[in-house]
Design a protein around this ligand. Structure first.
Ligand SMILES: *Cc1c(COP(=O)(O)O)cnc(C)c1O
Length: 356
């Protein structure tokens, strides 16, 4: 149990009048949660303070060697005005899995959740009211040693910031076109693919830019060894419905184990679908499209929830999915998951955690 001190801002910001124009991750709330770690002492000085810049020495190790991890989660406002989180224990656990790989100290799951709840509770008026909008929560941790030596730092800062956000994609639930990246890779066995660390994103930005220039909204990554098997999309896991069965890459170290992915697999199994977690060759996806068996493709992630895909382009060939519109299963998954998250459907799985 953390002892959190609270220093409230003397200058609260104006909340946005038009929630439709929120976008994603551009506006931040009035406060942030901070906590320090010092080797020998552990985590200390848990505090909520006014949101603002962090002053840091230019030699702070995170700037040079990128010892950094983060999480992405949301607070949802129900029609009754309750504010709730979705499976925050999964984020806390994944945060610690990332920390372990990056040589960083873990945070007890209950402390992580307490920190997020305390901040969201204070900022509850910032949780948007309009359909599809939510309060995006970004916990992160950075190495704060002032040293250019390469080794695990002895001091860290854990922070949580919040951003009221609209729908992730400007295009909304409109199906997107995806570019299958055949030059760069995102992950390889033994590396950090399963971690939510900034370094993974830094290495992926160039491919994302290339795809955007070519008119695609995201990159689909292939495995880093053979560049043969589909792994995931920019910031989402990806699933394929082929001839009635659902295929997605297994979480064996190179794929980010998404909370949305895991929840969708549970729902699909409940509904009687066969879900195959394992290698799926991109050539087989293209072949399925040719044979008219590639029924639906969708990305899954907290920010976007579900993003239907209408086209995959690989080595100059295009696979067109369904009739270019969102598929019925994709729509049902979206409606079910968002229904649970926003409190429109009963939470039979115990996924929802109220912020009281
Ligand atoms: C965060 C993330 C996902 C999705 O995870 P969720 O827990 O569902 O939000 C997928 N892939 C990558 C690379 C990610 O960073």
């Amino acid at each position: 149990m953390l002892n959190i001190t609270v220093q409230k801002t003397a200058a609260p910001k104006q909340k946005p009048a038009d929630e439709k124009a929120l976008g994603f991750g551009k506006l931040f709330t009035d406060h942030m949660f901070l906590m320090d770690y010092t080797a020998g002492q552990g985590w200390h000085d848990a505090r909520i303070v006014p949101y603002g810049p962090l002053a840091m020495d230019p030699a702070t190790s995170v700037f040079h060697y990128a010892q950094e991890i983060f999480e992405g989660m949301k607070a949802y406002r129900t029609a009754e005005g309750r504010v709730q989180l979705f499976r925050p224990d999964c984020n806390a656990q994944r945060f610690n899995d990332s920390a372990d790989r990056m040589g960083m100290p873990p945070i007890p799951v209950e402390d992580f959740i307490q920190a997020v709840k305390a901040l969201v509770d204070l900022e509850r008026d910032w949780v948007p009211h309009s359909d599809g909008a939510s309060l995006y929560i970004r916990p992160f941790c950075i190495a704060t040693d002032i040293s250019l030596g390469v080794h695990a730092a002895k001091s860290y800062l854990f922070a949580v910031i919040c951003s009221p956000s609209g729908a992730y994609y400007a295009e909304g639930l409109d199906p997107v076109r995806i570019y299958v990246e055949d030059e760069y890779i995102r992950a390889a066995p033994g590396l950090t693919g399963f971690c939510k660390c900034g370094g993974n994103y830094a290495a992926s930005i160039k491919a994302g830019e290339k795809a955007e220039e070519l008119g695609f909204s995201q990159v689909l990554w292939l495995d880093g060894v053979e560049k043969k098997y589909v792994e995931e999309v920019g910031s989402m896991n990806i699933m394929f419905k082929i001839d009635g069965k659902i295929y997605t890459a297994a979480c064996t170290g190179t794929v980010l184990p998404g909370v949305t992915r895991r929840s969708i697999i549970e729902l699909l199994k409940d509904w009687g679908y066969e879900v195959i977690e394992g290698p799926l060759a991109v050539a087989d996806v293209m072949k399925a499209a040719d044979e008219g068996k590639l029924e639906e493709v969708f990305g899954t992630g907290t920010a976007a929830v579900i993003s239907p895909v209408k086209e995959l382009d690989w080595e100059g060939k295009a696979a067109l999915i369904g009739d270019g519109k969102i598929g019925p299963l994709t729509q049902k998954l979206y409606d079910t998951l968002t229904g649970i998250q926003w409190g429109r459907l009963p939470d039979e799985k115990g996924w929802v955690v109220p912020v009281e």
